[in-house]
Design a protein around this ligand. Structure first.
Ligand code: AMP
Ligand code: ZN
Length: 113
């Protein structure tokens, strides 16, 4: 999608600090990290939000979920981590390309704000 910043990252049209990439997904470091480890995992395909996924995206997002454990291991998150998806206005989603925050390397508090 032409105006989407995360599509641009996936297409290498704008720079990012990529931690993991394969043919279906990209994982890059968040530019405003909220924990010592904070990456974003996105499908290369543009899907605006979790609420916009369709039947045909089930396999792709299932694949992304399956890869979380590998990415967590790559980042050395031996002591656990948190996976977050912000969806829509109340979820405070700011970038309209579905993404999952993977946070770790500190004790994360609950509940979130
Ligand atoms: P959300 O509020 O869930 O939509 O989160 C969007 C996240 O994307 C925020 O944590 C931003 O810091 C992050 N972000 C936005 N633009 C970039 C970028 N160009 N490179 C890395 N992270 C970004
Ligand atoms: Zn996009």
């Amino acid at each position: 999608m032409a105006d989407c910043i995360f599509c641009k990252i996936a297409n290498k049209e704008i720079p990012s600090n990529i931690a993991y990439e394969d043919e279906k997904i990209v994982c890059f470091h968040d530019m405003e990290p909220q924990a010592p480890a904070h990456v974003l995992i996105i499908p290369k395909k543009h899907i605006a939000s979790l609420d916009d996924m369709t039947e045909e995206d089930k396999e792709l997002l299932g694949y992304l979920m399956f890869k979380v454990q590998d990415i967590a291991a790559l980042l050395g998150l031996k002591n656990g981590y948190r996976l977050v998806n912000n969806c829509g206005e109340d979820g405070m989603q700011t970038v309209k390309h579905v993404h999952f925050h993977l946070l770790g390397k500190r004790k994360l508090t609950w509940p979130p704000g």
